[in-house]
Design a binder for this molecule. Structure first.
Ligand code: UFG
Length: 350
């Protein structure tokens, strides 16, 4: 079957990584159905996707308001449409919130995903790309992180990702006709190069780049830098930041692998650049890209943060034929374009 005849269900397709991936899927010729409960996203993002891809490709995009915890919402979709594969983004991802309200995380991330597997099995759709996270490496003893390292959860959010990886592999082992690819994202940042799509977190951002962005546009006064006494080159923590468009392309590569290869089983791939960047280096890169000064306050370490985390990229390069194209300068350039065009995200100034 040619790619343009394939129909993909994208859960959480209105979110940050979801919207960017949907643009790439439509551009590749796939038909896309989205299910999203708009818990941390807005319909305006879907309108922007339609705008970007144009009227013709937009006809291949179908949006459904629905919640994976409600089996009837899934049943309705699967009984009407034959899906060739599912890309499963939908889920909650704030570490701190998961510590305060673990049941919300278990309900959304675990129950939602288990329901999805049930309905997929019922309708014989057994190809899945799952959004996992570098969080499953916990505090890695060695870097770069290699896919076969021992895994560890540090908080309830991380535990949902770890459990869901194990659940996926249990299902695939018991029913070998499943093909499941687990994508472990490192730190997704940046935005669509048009400046029309980007990350728009609700409330005060938890993550570094959305926070820096809000300081740059004047919504927040200064950045708290959590930790300046780490054993790193400048004392701040090191992460592997990856451009969201590279990440989106990683999903296309994974999907193609699902359709082309026979012996996939249940396999994990890191999606990172393999390059570590410190918090202070990220601040400097964003200042350069935006021409704005980002005032900082040096603060104590944040509980549960690792010193340095970055990916080994060999497995994805070898088996998916995928490699990140963009560096820190492009991530900051595109994120600034999004921020300066949309200082209040998808909303207008309150
Ligand atoms: N940081 C600050 N100030 C802030 C926000 C973050 O200094 O206001 C620092 C953090 O302490 C950390 C670095 O910036 O050293 C990156 O923090 P992020 O919150 O952006 O990202 P994390 O690496 O902590 O978390 C990301 C994902 C999680 C995932 C984790 C796995 O957001 O979902 O990677 O490693 F669990």
């Amino acid at each position: 079957m040619a790619l343009h005849d394939r129909t993909i269900l994208v859960t959480g397709g209105a979110g940050f990584i979801g919207t960017h991936t949907v643009v790439q899927l439509l551009s590749e010729g796939f038909t896309v159905w989205i299910i999203d409960n708009l818990d941390n996203s807005v319909l305006e993002a879907i309108e922007r996707v339609r705008d970007l891809v144009g009227a013709e490709l937009s006809r291949k995009l179908h949006f459904n308001l629905g919640d994976l915890r409600n089996k009837a919402d899934l049943e309705k979709l699967f009984s009407q449409t034959k899906f060739d594969a599912v890309i499963h983004f939908a889920g909650l991802k704030a570490v701190g919130e998961s510590v305060v309200n673990p049941r919300r995380y278990f309900d959304n991330n675990l129950i939602g995903t288990i329901n999805l597997y049930e309905i997929m099995a019922k309708y014989n759709c057994k190809k899945m790309v799952f959004s996992s996270s570098a969080t499953v490496y916990g505090q890695p003893e060695k870097i770069p992180c290699v896919e076969d390292f021992n895994l560890m959860a540090m908080n309830p959010y991380g535990r949902t990702k770890l459990f869901l990886e194990e659940i996926a592999c249990d299902i695939q082992k018991a029913e070998p006709d499943w093909k499941i690819i687990l994508l472990r994202y490192f730190n997704p940042v940046g935005a669509h190069e048009s400046g029309k799509l980007g990350e728009d977190p609700k409330g005060i951002p938890n993550n570094l780049m959305p926070y820096i962005q809000q300081v740059a546009v004047g919504r927040l006064p200064e950045l708290n830098v959590y930790g300046h006494d780490y054993p790193t080159r400048d004392g701040s923590a090191i992460r592997d930041y990856i451009h969201v468009m590279d990440l989106a392309d990683g999903h296309i590569a994974a999907l193609q692998k699902l359709f082309i290869s026979e012996d996939i089983g249940c396999t994990a791939y890191n999606l990172g650049t393999g390059q570590g960047t410190s918090v202070l280096e990220m601040v400097a890169a964003f200042e350069k890209a935006s021409g704005k000064k980002i005032p900082i306050k040096l603060c104590p370490r944040r509980a549960g943060d690792a010193t340095a985390v970055y990916a080994s990229t060999e497995k994805a390069a070898k088996e998916l034929g995928w490699k990140a194209k963009y560096g820190i300068a492009e991530m900051c350039r595109d994120q600034w374009k999004w921020a300066s065009n949309n200082p209040w995200g998808y909303h207008s100034k309150p």
